[in-house]
Design a protein around this ligand. Structure first.
Ligand SMILES: [Zn+2]
Ligand SMILES: [Zn+2]
Length: 350
């Protein structure tokens, strides 16, 4: 039986924290459950998962559907698409069987690349390598999750670029159903001896095909900041989502953008392994950030206290506190967080 290799290349960068990452994990589980119930898919589909953030790694090497166990996905800082493509190409070289004179190899692999951001590395060399060496031997479907994904970079990779917008109850489930249906359709067509078709019928209520890449990038949808709990020393991630506000006077109307607090989430230390080791140099002025979360570990009133070393920690009240990053004792004066004009903090790479 010839195999139909299916690769999921998943963006696990900071902006996916919380709900989104959980949805992706649940989505994989749902896809596998359906594939196991389909006789064609069960016979031919082999699955692999490559995760990427500041680094890229294979989290599930190519296995048959019945032995596939949905992984817990990591989270890290950065969206190193070049590294992700490198890991994918290495995985294809290692695991996909080529047709030779005395053996029929695997069917043409299908790759689903999901990303919600823009690359933080330079993926040009990897994109060129993909186009020269792999594009004809594999089908890639790139799915932009939301509006801030870099569509122009995805369009350099494949003609199948889709935008998924999760705007209502049940949309993500529909999306998962579409991905599953597309894998099942392709396993059926190879089951009938034909080469797989790239993209089956699109559910246009949630997915749109990008025909031409926009010339400008959409605004970044969120801001993420990493801190540590003063008491437990464990890391957390604060996420702000972009909100646009209309400011109108009698004479004019402008749209002002600001970032509203979305949540503060506990992180594993593994986060630092999956993050780009390059120093973060992206800074944001806190006056654009609205809302201060409490510490998710110890319940301290604010997770947004900035040490002189530039890192964030939690405090409960003004006074002295020991920084879990640099070990110095810092004095927090009342009103320091929330000063007029704000102050700068380090921002995650997304
Ligand atoms: Zn704390
Ligand atoms: Zn410090």
């Amino acid at each position: 039986m010839r195999r139909l290799p299916v690769f999921f290349v998943l963006d696990c960068s900071e902006s996916m924290v919380g709900e989104n990452l959980k949805k992706m994990e649940d989505g994989l589980q749902a896809i596998v459950r359906t594939l196991r119930a389909d006789p064609h898919a069960l016979e031919s589909v082999y699955l692999s998962v490559v995760a990427f953030a500041g680094i890229a790694r294979t989290v599930v090497p190519l296995v048959e559907v019945c032995s596939f166990y949905p992984p817990k996905l990591p989270l890290g800082g950065g969206t190193n698409l070049g590294a992700a493509l490198g890991a994918l190409m290495a995985e294809i070289d290692k695991n996909v069987l080529r047709t030779t004179a005395d053996r029929k190899g695997d069917w043409k692999p299908i790759v689903y690349l999901f990303t919600d951001g823009r690359p933080t590395d330079d993926p040009s060399a990897a994109i060129d390598e993909w186009n020269v060496q792999y594009a004809r031997k594999a089908t890639m479907v790139a799915v932009a999750l939301g509006k801030s994904a870099d569509l122009s970079v995805l369009c350099r990779l494949t003609e199948h670029v889709l935008v998924f917008e999760d705007s209502g109850e049940g949309d993500f489930r529909k999306f998962v159903n579409w991905v599953t249906a597309s894998v099942v359709a392709q396993s059926r067509s190879v089951g009938e001896g034909a080469e797989a078709q790239a993209i089956p019928h699109l559910d246009e209520s949630i997915l749109s095909l990008v025909k031409e890449a926009p010339s400008t990038l959409a605004d970044e949808a969120c801001v993420t900041l990493v801190g540590r709990c003063q008491k437990t020393r464990k890391p957390y991630l604060i996420k702000y989502d972009r909100a646009t506000q209309e400011v109108a006077t009698r004479d004019f109307k402008v749209q002002v953008s600001r970032f509203d607090i979305a949540g503060c989430y506990p992180l594993d230390e593994e986060y630092f392994i999956w993050s780009d080791a390059r120093a973060t140099d992206i800074r944001i002025n806190t006056s654009e950030l609205v809302g201060t979360p409490g510490c998710p570990y110890c319940g301290n009133a604010t997770a947004f206290a900035v040490c002189d070393c530039g890192k964030l920690m939690c405090i409960n009240a003004p006074g002295n506190a020991r920084c879990p990053w640099c070990e110095k004792t810092v004095a927090f004066a009342p009103g320091r967080s929330g000063e007029e004009g704000g102050f700068d903090v380090e921002r995650g790479r997304g």
